[in-house]
Design a protein around this ligand. Structure first.
Ligand code: C5P
Length: 393
């Protein structure tokens, strides 16, 4: 994939060399175009060193035009990513201006354009900036961020550029070689653990990291689907294109799933939902009085089965994390929960499953077929699973 990284003049430009490195790590080729203001924050030589290509800054530079001119750069790119995008650059783009090399390329390219805004929080909140952003969205540009947090100006709020690793991951979504096998499909995914309160300070949960579900959500989004991810408490991020809803308990997850189920084509239950919750959550912290503590528990609703038994049922995919009789149990769940597909994995193997970056899946479908996905990175498995589901629907 060929990515043209545009840099405009904001303090976040100090992160741009790192961004270029992170993008190159994904295997993409990078060329950099800087505005004049950007060169006051960071040297073109640095960007040349990390990108491995000469950096362009001037529209009317005969030497640069003789090498790779602005039209060639515009044609070369599979994606134009502007990071950081300042309020000024956003205003110029929104008005179709072509008063420097970067804005001219943006007008001349047919490639997708993504921008990562970075500015002071008041500048971001300003009505003029917001209406420019709206206009750019209407024109089909992707707006990545901004993030919340501490700003260079000393204030805290919305306006930070997204981190280079996050932006590099977003770029992959625009790879023209990606099959858009899920284009236009609406997918709802559950991921992560749930937490069931015991009292105001304690809860019951499990070891699910959410990694598998998040990778599936990202893979579905890269394949062109509209993805909603209902996640229990985890410490990881999904792609910005994934609509994320955070929940805590199984009951919260059940409610959010059913609030979002309309028009869903595919439901993937990847969450490790707690099977039971405490009957009555103590109002105050339980004191250590006796040697034994007995908790009475009640069964949680089965979210996946509830979706799979809806009158207008989406294509339903479940997971069966087992420690014994993996296939037997998975087969039983496929039938008893009325699923279309189940992904079985052996969580007794500590190398795969919960909290690991690796997994190994045996996929059973209701047409009686079995597909083995060998031990691999969860990201790779997620891509394979999405392609398999795409073939089935
Ligand atoms: O029955 P078991 O928990 O093993 O089934 C696992 C599958 O069912 C997973 O896909 C999980 O996300 C889903 N599940 C659910 N709601 C529950 C329990 C499990 O959606 N209460």
């Amino acid at each position: 994939m060929k990515i043209l990284v545009g840099i405009s003049g904001g303090i976040a430009a100090y992160k741009s060399p790192d961004l270029v490195r992170r993008i190159k790590e994904t295997g993409a080729e990078v060329r950099v175009v800087m505005t004049h203001a950007a060169t006051t924050f960071i040297s073109p030589l640095t960007l040349q060193a990390v990108s491995g290509n000469t950096v362009s800054t001037d529209l009317l530079d005969p030497e640069a035009e003789a090498a790779m001119g602005h039209i060639e750069l515009a044609r070369w790119a599979d994606l134009v990513l502007i990071a950081p995008a300042t309020a000024d650059l956003i205003a110029r783009l929104a008005n179709g201006m072509a008063n420097d090399l970067l804005t001219t390329i943006c007008l001349a390219t047919t490639a997708p354009i993504a921008i990562a805004p970075a500015m002071n929080l008041q500048m971001w909140a300003n009505a003029a900036t917001q209406s420019n952003i709206k206009k750019l969205q209407q024109n089909g540009l992707s707006i990545l961020g901004p993030d919340k947090g501490e700003q260079a100006c000393g204030e805290t709020g919305l306006g930070r550029m997204l981190e280079p690793t996050v932006l590099a991951a977003e770029c992959l979504r625009f790879d023209p070689e990606l099959t858009q096998s899920m284009s236009g499909k609406n997918i709802l995914i559950t991921a992560g653990p749930t937490r069931e309160d015991i009292d105001p300070v304690r809860y019951l949960s499990n070891h699910s990291s959410g990694k598998m579900g998040f990778e599936i959500a990202n893979a579905a989004s890269r394949a062109g689907a509209n993805v909603i991810l209902i996640s229990g408490p985890v410490t990881i991020d999904a792609l910005i294109s994934v609509k994320r809803v955070d929940v805590i308990s199984a009951n919260d997850m059940y409610q959010q799933v059913h609030e979002n189920i309309n028009d869903i084509d595919i439901f993937i239950g990847c969450a490790a939902v707690a099977d039971y919750r405490v009957c009555e959550v103590a109002q105050h912290k339980i004191k250590k009085n006796d040697q034994q503590l007995v908790l009475t528990m009640v069964e949680n609703p089965d979210i996946l089965a509830s979706v799979a038994n809806l009158p207008e049922k989406p294509y339903c995919v479940g997971f069966a994390a087992e420690t014994t009789k993996v296939l037997e149990n998975a087969k039983h769940k496929l039938k008893s929960k009325n699923l279309d597909m189940i992904c079985a994995n052996d969580v007794s193997d500590s190398e795969i499953g919960f909290n690991s970056d690796l997994n190994q899946l045996t996929i059973l479908t209701n047409d009686g077929l079995t597909t083995e996905f060998e031990k691999s990175n969860k990201k790779v498995l997620a891509e394979q699973l999405i392609q398999l589901i795409a073939q089935k629907i």
